[in-house]
Ligand binder design. Structure first.
Ligand code: 0CJ
Ligand code: F3S
Length: 331
Protein backbone atom coordinates (compact mmCIF):
# COMPACT_ATOMS: atom_id res chain seq x y z
CA UNK A 1 0.00 0.00 0.00
CA UNK A 2 1.26 3.46 -0.89
CA UNK A 3 2.44 5.61 1.99
CA UNK A 4 2.72 8.69 -0.14
CA UNK A 5 0.50 11.63 0.82
CA UNK A 6 -2.16 12.68 -1.69
CA UNK A 7 -1.66 15.77 -3.83
CA UNK A 8 -4.21 17.23 -6.25
CA UNK A 9 -2.63 18.65 -9.37
CA UNK A 10 -4.53 21.01 -11.66
CA UNK A 11 -2.93 21.34 -15.07
CA UNK A 12 -3.77 24.59 -16.83
CA UNK A 13 -4.69 24.42 -20.49
CA UNK A 14 -3.66 25.91 -22.77
CA UNK A 15 -0.07 25.93 -21.52
CA UNK A 16 3.37 25.74 -23.09
CA UNK A 17 4.29 26.12 -26.73
CA UNK A 18 2.35 28.56 -28.90
CA UNK A 19 2.22 28.60 -32.69
CA UNK A 20 4.99 31.21 -32.96
CA UNK A 21 7.39 29.21 -30.79
CA UNK A 22 6.58 26.02 -32.62
CA UNK A 23 7.33 27.73 -35.92
CA UNK A 24 10.56 29.35 -34.68
CA UNK A 25 11.99 26.05 -33.41
CA UNK A 26 10.91 24.31 -36.60
CA UNK A 27 12.77 26.96 -38.62
CA UNK A 28 16.03 26.12 -36.83
CA UNK A 29 15.44 22.36 -37.17
CA UNK A 30 14.58 22.60 -40.87
CA UNK A 31 17.53 24.91 -41.54
CA UNK A 32 19.86 22.35 -39.92
CA UNK A 33 18.30 19.60 -42.04
CA UNK A 34 18.40 21.55 -45.24
CA UNK A 35 21.72 23.38 -44.99
CA UNK A 36 23.60 21.19 -42.51
CA UNK A 37 25.39 22.37 -39.36
CA UNK A 38 26.26 24.87 -38.20
CA UNK A 39 23.45 27.37 -38.51
CA UNK A 40 23.68 30.57 -36.50
CA UNK A 41 20.82 31.93 -34.41
CA UNK A 42 20.78 35.53 -33.24
CA UNK A 43 19.58 35.55 -29.61
CA UNK A 44 17.89 32.55 -27.94
CA UNK A 45 15.40 31.34 -30.56
CA UNK A 46 12.87 31.37 -27.69
CA UNK A 47 13.62 32.10 -24.05
CA UNK A 48 14.28 28.57 -22.87
CA UNK A 49 17.67 27.06 -22.02
CA UNK A 50 16.47 23.50 -22.62
CA UNK A 51 15.34 24.35 -26.16
CA UNK A 52 18.56 26.24 -26.84
CA UNK A 53 20.75 23.42 -25.50
CA UNK A 54 18.97 20.77 -27.55
CA UNK A 55 19.38 22.83 -30.74
CA UNK A 56 23.04 23.46 -29.85
CA UNK A 57 23.57 19.71 -29.68
CA UNK A 58 22.29 19.46 -33.23
CA UNK A 59 24.59 22.16 -34.57
CA UNK A 60 22.97 25.52 -33.90
CA UNK A 61 25.30 28.27 -32.68
CA UNK A 62 23.67 31.03 -30.66
CA UNK A 63 25.05 34.58 -30.77
CA UNK A 64 23.75 37.90 -29.48
CA UNK A 65 25.01 40.03 -32.35
CA UNK A 66 25.82 39.37 -36.03
CA UNK A 67 29.37 40.66 -35.58
CA UNK A 68 30.14 37.52 -33.56
CA UNK A 69 29.70 35.43 -36.72
CA UNK A 70 33.04 35.10 -38.48
CA UNK A 71 31.92 33.16 -41.55
CA UNK A 72 29.76 34.34 -44.44
CA UNK A 73 28.46 31.11 -45.83
CA UNK A 74 26.18 29.82 -43.09
CA UNK A 75 22.50 30.69 -42.57
CA UNK A 76 21.53 33.07 -39.79
CA UNK A 77 18.16 32.85 -38.06
CA UNK A 78 16.51 35.72 -36.21
CA UNK A 79 14.68 34.77 -33.00
CA UNK A 80 10.89 34.70 -32.46
CA UNK A 81 11.04 38.07 -30.68
CA UNK A 82 11.90 40.05 -33.83
CA UNK A 83 14.82 42.30 -34.75
CA UNK A 84 15.33 46.00 -35.47
CA UNK A 85 15.42 46.84 -39.18
CA UNK A 86 19.11 47.62 -39.02
CA UNK A 87 19.88 44.01 -38.07
CA UNK A 88 18.38 42.86 -41.37
CA UNK A 89 20.28 45.47 -43.36
CA UNK A 90 23.45 44.55 -41.48
CA UNK A 91 22.89 40.90 -42.44
CA UNK A 92 22.52 41.90 -46.09
CA UNK A 93 25.67 44.06 -45.89
CA UNK A 94 27.58 41.09 -44.46
CA UNK A 95 26.28 38.90 -47.30
CA UNK A 96 24.46 36.56 -44.91
CA UNK A 97 21.56 34.39 -45.97
CA UNK A 98 19.01 34.88 -43.21
CA UNK A 99 15.78 33.27 -42.14
CA UNK A 100 13.41 35.32 -40.04
CA UNK A 101 11.73 33.36 -37.22
CA UNK A 102 9.97 36.48 -35.88
CA UNK A 103 6.49 35.43 -34.77
CA UNK A 104 3.98 36.66 -37.38
CA UNK A 105 2.03 38.29 -34.52
CA UNK A 106 5.11 40.38 -33.70
CA UNK A 107 5.58 41.22 -37.39
CA UNK A 108 1.96 42.41 -37.40
CA UNK A 109 2.83 44.93 -34.66
CA UNK A 110 5.87 46.04 -36.71
CA UNK A 111 3.53 46.73 -39.64
CA UNK A 112 1.10 48.65 -37.43
CA UNK A 113 3.99 50.83 -36.24
CA UNK A 114 5.03 51.58 -39.83
CA UNK A 115 1.49 52.41 -40.83
CA UNK A 116 1.10 54.91 -37.96
CA UNK A 117 4.46 56.43 -38.89
CA UNK A 118 3.43 56.83 -42.55
CA UNK A 119 0.26 58.55 -41.34
CA UNK A 120 2.38 60.97 -39.33
CA UNK A 121 1.30 59.75 -35.88
CA UNK A 122 3.51 59.71 -32.80
CA UNK A 123 3.63 56.16 -31.48
CA UNK A 124 3.44 54.98 -27.87
CA UNK A 125 4.65 51.42 -27.35
CA UNK A 126 3.45 49.70 -24.17
CA UNK A 127 6.16 47.24 -23.17
CA UNK A 128 9.15 46.38 -21.01
CA UNK A 129 12.36 48.33 -21.53
CA UNK A 130 15.23 46.31 -22.93
CA UNK A 131 13.15 43.25 -23.86
CA UNK A 132 14.25 42.03 -27.32
CA UNK A 133 10.72 42.32 -28.72
CA UNK A 134 10.55 45.95 -27.60
CA UNK A 135 14.02 46.63 -29.04
CA UNK A 136 12.87 45.03 -32.31
CA UNK A 137 9.59 46.93 -32.51
CA UNK A 138 11.18 50.30 -31.67
CA UNK A 139 13.85 49.50 -34.23
CA UNK A 140 11.35 49.38 -37.08
CA UNK A 141 11.35 53.19 -37.13
CA UNK A 142 13.92 55.95 -36.78
CA UNK A 143 15.14 56.66 -33.28
CA UNK A 144 12.87 58.92 -31.24
CA UNK A 145 9.69 58.14 -33.18
CA UNK A 146 8.42 55.51 -30.73
CA UNK A 147 8.04 56.34 -27.01
CA UNK A 148 8.08 53.46 -24.55
CA UNK A 149 5.35 53.34 -21.89
CA UNK A 150 5.86 50.90 -19.03
CA UNK A 151 3.40 52.12 -16.39
CA UNK A 152 0.34 54.29 -15.77
CA UNK A 153 2.82 56.76 -14.23
CA UNK A 154 4.58 57.02 -17.60
CA UNK A 155 1.23 57.95 -19.18
CA UNK A 156 0.74 60.74 -16.63
CA UNK A 157 4.21 62.13 -17.35
CA UNK A 158 3.80 62.19 -21.12
CA UNK A 159 4.08 65.49 -22.89
CA UNK A 160 3.24 64.72 -26.52
CA UNK A 161 3.91 67.13 -29.37
CA UNK A 162 0.31 66.81 -30.53
CA UNK A 163 -2.14 64.95 -28.32
CA UNK A 164 -4.57 64.60 -31.21
CA UNK A 165 -2.10 62.68 -33.32
CA UNK A 166 -1.15 59.69 -31.20
CA UNK A 167 -1.39 55.92 -31.60
CA UNK A 168 -0.54 53.09 -29.22
CA UNK A 169 0.76 49.61 -29.89
CA UNK A 170 2.07 46.98 -27.48
CA UNK A 171 4.43 44.11 -26.80
CA UNK A 172 2.66 40.78 -27.40
CA UNK A 173 3.43 39.13 -24.04
CA UNK A 174 2.21 41.68 -21.50
CA UNK A 175 -0.11 41.31 -18.53
CA UNK A 176 -3.63 41.67 -19.93
CA UNK A 177 -4.78 43.46 -16.75
CA UNK A 178 -1.85 45.88 -16.46
CA UNK A 179 -2.18 46.75 -20.13
CA UNK A 180 -5.90 47.40 -19.74
CA UNK A 181 -5.09 49.93 -16.97
CA UNK A 182 -2.41 51.64 -19.05
CA UNK A 183 -4.71 51.84 -22.09
CA UNK A 184 -7.53 53.25 -19.92
CA UNK A 185 -5.14 55.95 -18.68
CA UNK A 186 -4.04 56.70 -22.25
CA UNK A 187 -7.62 57.01 -23.48
CA UNK A 188 -8.52 59.12 -20.49
CA UNK A 189 -5.70 61.60 -21.11
CA UNK A 190 -5.79 61.44 -24.92
CA UNK A 191 -9.35 60.66 -26.06
CA UNK A 192 -8.37 60.84 -29.75
CA UNK A 193 -5.54 58.30 -29.51
CA UNK A 194 -5.69 55.63 -32.23
CA UNK A 195 -5.91 52.06 -30.85
CA UNK A 196 -5.34 48.66 -32.44
CA UNK A 197 -8.57 46.75 -33.26
CA UNK A 198 -8.32 44.78 -29.99
CA UNK A 199 -4.83 45.02 -28.49
CA UNK A 200 -1.51 43.54 -29.52
CA UNK A 201 -1.29 40.97 -26.73
CA UNK A 202 -1.29 37.65 -28.55
CA UNK A 203 -3.85 34.88 -28.25
CA UNK A 204 -1.35 32.57 -26.50
CA UNK A 205 -0.45 35.10 -23.81
CA UNK A 206 -4.13 35.87 -23.25
CA UNK A 207 -5.23 32.23 -23.07
CA UNK A 208 -2.43 31.18 -20.69
CA UNK A 209 -3.20 34.08 -18.35
CA UNK A 210 -6.94 33.31 -18.45
CA UNK A 211 -6.33 29.68 -17.51
CA UNK A 212 -4.08 30.66 -14.58
CA UNK A 213 -6.59 33.23 -13.38
CA UNK A 214 -9.29 30.58 -13.36
CA UNK A 215 -7.25 27.92 -11.56
CA UNK A 216 -5.16 29.99 -9.12
CA UNK A 217 -7.85 30.66 -6.46
CA UNK A 218 -8.26 26.88 -5.99
CA UNK A 219 -4.54 26.21 -5.57
CA UNK A 220 -2.33 26.38 -2.49
CA UNK A 221 0.67 26.84 -4.75
CA UNK A 222 1.33 27.24 -8.46
CA UNK A 223 4.32 26.21 -10.51
CA UNK A 224 5.06 28.03 -13.73
CA UNK A 225 7.52 26.24 -15.94
CA UNK A 226 9.50 28.87 -17.79
CA UNK A 227 12.64 30.98 -17.84
CA UNK A 228 13.35 34.12 -15.82
CA UNK A 229 13.98 36.06 -19.04
CA UNK A 230 10.65 34.93 -20.52
CA UNK A 231 8.22 37.84 -20.33
CA UNK A 232 5.09 35.76 -20.87
CA UNK A 233 6.17 33.25 -18.20
CA UNK A 234 6.90 35.99 -15.67
CA UNK A 235 3.45 37.41 -16.30
CA UNK A 236 1.86 34.02 -15.53
CA UNK A 237 3.54 34.05 -12.14
CA UNK A 238 2.18 37.55 -11.41
CA UNK A 239 -1.30 36.55 -12.56
CA UNK A 240 -1.29 33.52 -10.23
CA UNK A 241 -0.38 35.66 -7.21
CA UNK A 242 -2.85 38.41 -8.05
CA UNK A 243 -5.64 35.88 -8.58
CA UNK A 244 -5.26 34.79 -4.98
CA UNK A 245 -2.74 31.97 -4.98
CA UNK A 246 -0.40 32.50 -2.02
CA UNK A 247 2.62 30.96 -3.63
CA UNK A 248 3.75 30.90 -7.26
CA UNK A 249 7.18 29.72 -8.38
CA UNK A 250 8.74 30.14 -11.80
CA UNK A 251 11.08 27.21 -12.42
CA UNK A 252 13.16 26.17 -15.40
CA UNK A 253 13.62 22.49 -14.51
CA UNK A 254 12.21 20.01 -11.98
CA UNK A 255 15.57 19.93 -10.21
CA UNK A 256 14.88 23.46 -8.90
CA UNK A 257 11.81 22.31 -6.94
CA UNK A 258 12.24 21.77 -3.20
CA UNK A 259 9.64 19.02 -2.83
CA UNK A 260 9.76 19.17 0.98
CA UNK A 261 8.16 22.64 0.89
CA UNK A 262 5.02 21.15 -0.71
CA UNK A 263 4.28 18.76 2.16
CA UNK A 264 0.94 19.44 3.82
CA UNK A 265 -0.35 21.12 0.68
CA UNK A 266 -3.64 19.99 -0.79
CA UNK A 267 -3.64 21.29 -4.36
CA UNK A 268 -1.03 22.64 -6.74
CA UNK A 269 -1.58 24.19 -10.16
CA UNK A 270 0.89 23.80 -12.99
CA UNK A 271 1.27 25.81 -16.16
CA UNK A 272 4.07 26.57 -18.61
CA UNK A 273 5.09 29.67 -20.53
CA UNK A 274 4.81 29.77 -24.31
CA UNK A 275 8.50 28.92 -24.68
CA UNK A 276 8.56 25.92 -22.29
CA UNK A 277 8.36 22.43 -23.82
CA UNK A 278 5.77 19.97 -22.46
CA UNK A 279 8.54 17.51 -21.62
CA UNK A 280 9.59 19.89 -18.81
CA UNK A 281 6.04 19.81 -17.39
CA UNK A 282 6.21 15.99 -17.51
CA UNK A 283 9.52 16.15 -15.67
CA UNK A 284 7.86 18.21 -12.90
CA UNK A 285 4.97 15.74 -12.63
CA UNK A 286 7.47 12.89 -12.45
CA UNK A 287 9.33 14.63 -9.60
CA UNK A 288 6.12 15.12 -7.62
CA UNK A 289 4.91 11.59 -8.28
CA UNK A 290 8.00 10.20 -6.55
CA UNK A 291 6.82 11.78 -3.30
CA UNK A 292 3.03 12.10 -3.59
CA UNK A 293 0.11 10.13 -4.84
CA UNK A 294 -1.06 12.47 -7.56
CA UNK A 295 -4.61 13.10 -8.63
CA UNK A 296 -4.47 14.92 -11.97
CA UNK A 297 -7.08 17.21 -13.46
CA UNK A 298 -6.80 19.40 -16.54
CA UNK A 299 -8.73 22.65 -16.65
CA UNK A 300 -9.00 23.89 -20.22
CA UNK A 301 -10.09 27.46 -20.90
CA UNK A 302 -9.56 27.56 -24.67
CA UNK A 303 -8.76 25.41 -27.69
CA UNK A 304 -5.84 26.55 -29.82
CA UNK A 305 -5.71 25.46 -33.44
CA UNK A 306 -3.71 28.33 -34.95
CA UNK A 307 -0.54 27.64 -36.94
CA UNK A 308 1.71 29.89 -39.01
CA UNK A 309 3.31 29.20 -42.40
CA UNK A 310 7.07 28.74 -42.59
CA UNK A 311 9.30 31.29 -44.30
CA UNK A 312 9.32 30.74 -48.05
CA UNK A 313 12.78 29.16 -48.38
CA UNK A 314 11.78 26.37 -45.99
CA UNK A 315 8.47 25.49 -47.58
CA UNK A 316 8.67 22.08 -49.25
CA UNK A 317 7.50 23.00 -52.71
CA UNK A 318 9.50 26.21 -52.87
CA UNK A 319 11.45 26.67 -56.09
CA UNK A 320 12.33 30.32 -55.64
CA UNK A 321 15.54 29.86 -53.68
CA UNK A 322 17.88 32.82 -53.95
CA UNK A 323 21.39 32.24 -55.37
CA UNK A 324 22.82 32.61 -51.84
CA UNK A 325 20.41 29.99 -50.60
CA UNK A 326 21.22 27.63 -53.47
CA UNK A 327 24.93 28.02 -52.74
CA UNK A 328 24.32 27.09 -49.11
CA UNK A 329 22.11 24.16 -50.01
CA UNK A 330 24.81 22.65 -52.21
CA UNK A 331 27.85 23.54 -50.11
O1 0CJ B 1 8.15 37.59 -27.98
C1 0CJ B 1 7.60 36.62 -28.41
C2 0CJ B 1 7.30 36.59 -29.79
C3 0CJ B 1 7.28 35.43 -27.54
C4 0CJ B 1 8.16 34.26 -27.80
C5 0CJ B 1 7.91 33.11 -26.90
O2 0CJ B 1 8.16 33.31 -25.56
P1 0CJ B 1 9.57 33.73 -24.94
O3 0CJ B 1 9.58 33.29 -23.55
O4 0CJ B 1 10.68 33.27 -25.81
O5 0CJ B 1 9.55 35.29 -25.08
P2 0CJ B 1 8.96 36.45 -24.15
O6 0CJ B 1 10.08 36.87 -23.25
O7 0CJ B 1 8.63 37.54 -25.12
O8 0CJ B 1 7.77 35.97 -23.43
FE1 F3S C 1 3.88 34.71 -31.06
FE2 F3S C 1 2.51 35.07 -28.87
FE3 F3S C 1 3.90 32.96 -29.15
S1 F3S C 1 3.55 36.60 -30.05
S2 F3S C 1 5.64 33.56 -30.37
S3 F3S C 1 2.16 33.51 -30.42
S4 F3S C 1 3.69 34.07 -27.26
Amino acid sequence: MSERPKLNVILCAPRGFCAGVDRAIQIVELALQRYGAPVYVRHEIVHNRFVVASLEKRGAIFVEELEEIEVEDRPVIFSAHGVPKEVKSDAVARNFFYLDATCPLVSKVHKEAELHYRRGRDILLIGHKGHPEVVGTMGQLPEGVVTLIETVGDVMRLEPRDENNLAWISQTTLSVDDTRDIVAALKDRFPNIVSPHKDDICYATTNRQEAVKHVAPDCDAMIIVGAPNSSNSQRLREVALRAGCKRANLIQRAAEIDISTYRGIDTIGITAGASAPETLVEEVLEAFSEHFELSLETVRLAEETISFPLPRPLRDSDVSATPAEKALATS
